[in-house]
Design a protein around this ligand. Structure first.
Ligand code: FES
Length: 174
């Protein structure tokens, strides 16, 4: 684990990750333990929100595999992120069915309203990350937007902005 002094919150997250890994009962002499790496990284990302270098190092140490093996997997799969994400991750589908029904316009309007480009850093307040993705399997609802796993269908730029405003209003009250 990273030798920096950890905040209590970070220490609790590492403890949770350790408990998960320990619970898998990996045999550190068995090469097949590498087959659990993706599962472990998914859990680590759920716990930390993303996979910074110190988390990757920690996983490598716990599994007793090279750090390069971990970073290779993290960089190969686009569902792993090494950067923090906003509290709300907005995915706009640019798959063919959505694209032909105008999803690019939805994405551009969200970029304008949020002031960030898709697939880059979150908004400065940490509230939103904006991502573009390919077909999410709901083509009948095209154009589709997904916010933290909730699917919004038949989107227009105005409807997308309304969803953002609704979230902002909810957060302002919280
Ligand atoms: S193309 Fe967007 S959900 Fe299939």
């Amino acid at each position: 684990m990273c030798c920096n002094k950890l905040s209590e919150a970070a220490a609790a997250k590492f403890a949770e990750l350790d408990a998960f890994i320990d619970g898998l009962g990996l045999d550190l002499k068995d090469e097949r333990r590498r087959g659990r790496l993706i599962q472990i990284l998914h859990h680590a990302q759920d716990v930390f929100g993303y996979l910074p270098r110190e988390v990757q190092q920690h996983v490598a140490e716990k599994m007793q595999i090279p750090e390069s093996s971990v970073s290779g997997v993290v960089s190969f799969y686009n569902f792993f992120s090494t950067k923090p994400k906003g509290k709300y991750v907005i995915n706009v589908c640019l798959g063919t069915a959505c694209y032909v029904k105008g999803s690019e316009g939805v994405l551009r309007e969200l970029e304008r309203v949020l002031g960030v480009k898709a697939d880059t850093d979150p908004t400065p307040d940490g509230l939103f990350s904006l991502m573009a993705l390919r077909c999410v399997g709901c083509c009948g609802l095209a154009p589709v937007m997904v916010v933290n796993g909730k699917v919004y269908g038949k989107m227009t730029p105005a409807k997308a902005v309304a969803v953002v405003e609704e979230i902002k209003a909810k957060e302002a009250k919280a």
